[in-house]
Design a protein around this ligand. Structure first.
Ligand code: PLP
Length: 404
């Protein structure tokens, strides 16, 4: 039977303190106890439904975490103040000084910088490899490797990771597979495909309104409990706690995620097909020309499409810059980083989100200077939007009609 993460969210019914249709929001940093004995007990081990201090856990963050765990078909989840907090807490929990990470070379720029520049100060080093190349992955794993790290869909070229194959390698070497599922919530369920830990930047599609920064970690009960261990857990001791007001608004937005993902995907497919017909180099897993198109169609949760991100190679960086400025002027969307917003966002990864990656490395990965990443919005009339884009392309000399 196919797994439907949106139905798992649909089945949640939570009540507020006075019977409200939304659960009440925790407005406290600290919690009272009826006795000193009870307080001591809670310092020893977690007690279901009992809270101590909001950096550790609070009910609002628990509500959101529990729904996220259901969405990914997992035992437990932990929400964090950002996607980077989710990633750094997970890596610090799994690696100690002397340990190694094998990571995809096409990860989010912040993740790349964390592994390349910051973690080495703690004695944790990373080898970056092409995740589509199994021999390269195997060659990079050493007895000190603890983690295999990738994104479900790579940023910004949208290569789709073969999670079951990566999971087999991780199991063979006794290491953990971490998958960043930010680009494909609902569409892919990495834990069901063999990953050990899933992280999300909820700043993007899950929240969908570009008004806050948040993240989450989803895994086994044991792993999630270790993250908030009072004496040794990074989510407790580095303190990347999500504010409960934000957690409450994220929970409300999570209930419309399936509608939004379907519409983002529908519009992104339309744009990708339009750009391909214009004869332009475009990356989108929904196109038959995409190398993992078939893989996606057999491993996804059907009904949510191929995601909302499209990458267009505009060639030169000056052409890309001109095109983006024009598209913003004509109200196609915003020239901005980030993704998953209801309006279309576009940016040049080589000059923004992937600028942490050195130039020669960008070139070898295939991230050209003129690459534009679109996060396609929820446009009611995508045909009209593509009509405007067609005019912009012609003006910068990019479309098939430009010569005419
Ligand atoms: C944005 C992003 C992150 C970082 O998340 P923040 O919420 O900005 O900290 C990590 N991974 C991917 C794939 C992202 O797009």
């Amino acid at each position: 039977m196919t797994f439907d993460p949106a139905k798992r969210i649909q089945d949640v019914l939570l009540f507020g303190e006075f019977g409200g249709v939304n659960p009440s929001i925790t407005d406290s940093s600290t919690y009272t106890f009826m006795s000193t004995e009870k307080m001591e007990e809670l310092f020893d081990h977690e007690i279901e439904g009992c809270f101590l201090y909001s950096r550790h856990w609070n009910k609002t963050n628990k509500y959101l975490s529990d729904v996220l765990a259901r969405m990914e078909d997992a035992e437990a989840a932990q929400v964090t103040a950002s996607g980077m907090a989710a990633i750094s807490s997970t890596l610090i929990q799994l690696c100690s000084a002397g340990d190694e990470i094998v990571s995809s070379r096409t990860v989010y720029g912040g993740t790349y910088a964390l592994m390349k520049n910051l973690l080495p100060r703690m004695g944790i080093t990373t080898r970056f490899v092409d995740m589509q190349n199994e021999a390269a992955i195997r060659a990079a794993i050493t007895p000190r490797t603890r983690v295999l790290y990738c994104e479900s869909m790579s940023n910004p070229l949208l290569e789709v990771s073969d999670i079951p194959a990566l999971s087999r390698i991780a199991r063979e070497f006794g290491i953990r597979l971490i998958v960043d599922n930010t680009f494909s919530p609902l569409i892919l369920s990495p834990l069901r495909l063999g990953a050990d830990v899933v992280v999300h930047s909820m700043t993007k599609f899950i929240n969908g309104t570009s008004d806050c920064v948040a993240g989450c970690i989803i895994s086994s009960q044991e792993f999630i409990a270790s993250l908030s261990d009072i004496n040794s857990g990074p989510c407790m001791l580095f303190g990347p706690v999500l504010d409960s007001l934000r957690a409450a608004s994220l929970l409300k937005n999570l209930h419309s995620l399936h509608i939004r993902m379907s519409q983002h995907s529908k519009n992104a497919l339309y744009l990708a097909q339009f750009l391909e017909q214009e004869g332009l180099p475009v990356h989108y897993p929904g196109l038959e020309s995409h190398p993992q198109h078939q893989w996606m169609t057999t491993h996804w949760n059907p009904g949510f499409g191929y995601g909302g991100i499209v990458a267009l190679d505009a060639g030169e960086s000056a052409v890309a810059a001109k095109l983006m400025a024009l598209m913003q002027e004509r109200k196609v969307g915003y020239l901005a980083v980030s993704l998953g917003y209801f309006k279309t966002l576009f940016s040049a990864p080589a000059h923004s989100t992937s600028s942490e990656i050195p130039e020669d490395e960008l070139a070898s990965i295939g991230i050209s200077d003129g690459l534009i990443r679109f996060s396609v919005g929820l446009d009611r009339d995508i045909e009209q939007t593509c009509g405007i884009i067609r005019d912009c392309l012609a003006e910068v000399g990019l479309s098939a009609n430009a010569a005419a």
